[in-house]
Ligand binder design. Sequence first.
Ligand SMILES: [Zn+2]
Length: 459
Amino acid sequence: MNDSKRLENVIAYVRKNRPRFIEELSSLCRLESVSARGRSLRPVAEAVAGLLERAGLEASLVETTGQPVVVGRASGRSERTILFYNHYDVQPPEPLEAWATPPFEPTVRDGRLYARGVADNKGNLVARIQAAEAWNRAGGGLPVSVAFAVEGEEETGSPNLGEFVKDNAEWLGRVDGVVWEAGYRDAAGRPTLSLGVKGICYLELRAAGARSDLHSSLATVVPNPAWRLVWALATVKDPDERVLVDGFYDAVRPPTRADLELLAGVPDSSDEQARQLGLPGLLLGLRGEAAARRNFFEPTATICGLVSGYTGEGEKTVLPAEATAKLDFRLVPDQDPADIEAKVRAHLERRGFGDIEVRAYAGERPARTDPASPFVGLVVEAMRRVYGQEPVVYPTMTGSGPMAYFAADLGLPVAGFGVGHAGSAVHAPNENIALDDYILGVEVAATLLGKAAVREDRS
Ligand SMILES: [Zn+2]
């Protein structure tokens, strides 16, 4: 049997098994796996291992100091290996009253499946396992070797994934490409592919004043921590949106020619985006390529929250005892979260704000894959074939994730696509995917495995 006949049989098998595939996904979505609650998610990890085994892979749970990582592996006809990185944990479902149906009771409405985690990330996880199953049952076995690394702490910043990757670097480092956890159709329904993530440095700043809140008449002689914090924050960014932290842009790698070429293929949605957000226009009046360039290639400094004194109804003349702000910095290659934290501390110190306490949360590094990588070409080919249209290729996601462990530390090409859509409401109430997109997601993963093998035979 030739390769294209095999792939045809695999795709036919996927379509025939649509009801069971959707039921398997629903079953996994029924299992609560909120990593933020800190409870053991072992039963969910075991369920994932069960799915992998039923699909014909060898599965095991790799212990970490947190939730176990589920590893699935199977050899194929060629030595080439495709690794799928996914996660089985989900975000907390609150506020519960905003859900039309309960978050852990998967429900189909109007061709969509609603459940917490269905888009982020169980839909992608199960679709890829079923793609492997389809090759084992209908394609004469896997065309290439397949591996899964499925963690249970992605939604809490992947605190133990680095340790897992280091301990397993020998085999992980030999894979030929990594399929990243997620992806979606854009607002116009075009499938998208992302080749990177931004990094993140998350800080809490705290200014302290008197022992307790005071009568505001004492403002003549008592320092106000709210003002101190505001003055300190004003040194971090200027009204032209330039980050002023000393050395902040030093490590920023300018976009390559290939990066910029991708921008030309990213549709301009700036006006539409501003309209949807209820804004007269985007920041700085940006539109078109200038907006896209800033969106993908510029780091940010964001005040995520600012709390001090009295903010309730009516007036209360109070001099606050403390003021706190939470800040995040979205980073681009080659900025590093630990370095940015050190730079912020030094910057504040130098400007006389050494009294402001800085607390850092776990950061994540940025990562990027070369658009010219042959693996990216394979993924684009598979998507083009299944969707019948060219995918929009983003040089990076604008969010963050633990991609650097694979892309930077192991030097692997990483590309992300998936079964979500622009209205999937990830991390929000009524998370959903379209059932048709789900099956197409299985087909893309299956087609990618087939194409990866063909590519090798030719070379
Ligand atoms: Zn998420």
